[in-house]
Design a protein around this ligand. Sequence first.
Ligand code: SF4
Ligand code: SF4
Length: 207
Amino acid sequence: MQTLMDANGMARLGCGDCAGCSECCRGMGDSIVLDPYDIYMLQTATGQNFSQLMQDKISLHVEEGLILPSLKMQEDTDACGFLDGAGRCRIHLYRPGLCRLFPLGRNYDENGLRYFLLEDACKVGNRAKIKVRKWLDIAELPAYERFLTEWHDLRQDTKGRIMEQKSDAYTQKTNVIFLKTFYQTPYDAGQDFYGQFESRRQEFLHG
Ligand code: SF4
Ligand code: SF4
């Protein structure tokens, strides 16, 4: 049984700024799934919209009928397209939530969002104990965690409806609206993300 902790919990996370290691930026397949906040941050970092990012930095995959974007491992290197030749992240300040999180996982239950350590996931030994909130290094963490919980619920509900309907037409229509609402329509980098997400969530839920 994994130990669950909130953002004030301590875990062995300190890996010396990943010096000399880029293991979790390579060979990740489509597992670094991107949420709307990640797309907002990638758009801010690169100035590229969703379809421009789709050219070589991100790709789409299907989870239980729902189409979601993830970071694309490059064909020649099997590494993320934001990794530079020295093994460092080109967009470190804007990196996706799952990059910030690793080697932590997220758990959602009736107690809300909590974190757990993925034992042996990080290759560095002798890691120092540090606070989860310091590791995540996210501005406005309470608002971010509220967003993550709402996004998790919405994603799960949408997958549930797709699986229940068992209709190709319903699946296709839902995916078109879902992708357009949360990913393809550019976010305004000058505006607060959470307000933009909430109005899109309302639009998706209530039309
Ligand atoms: S965005 Fe940065 S931290 Fe995340 S996988 Fe790519 S290079 Fe690594
Ligand atoms: S395996 Fe650990 S040290 Fe290596 S890049 Fe990932 S988090 Fe950093």
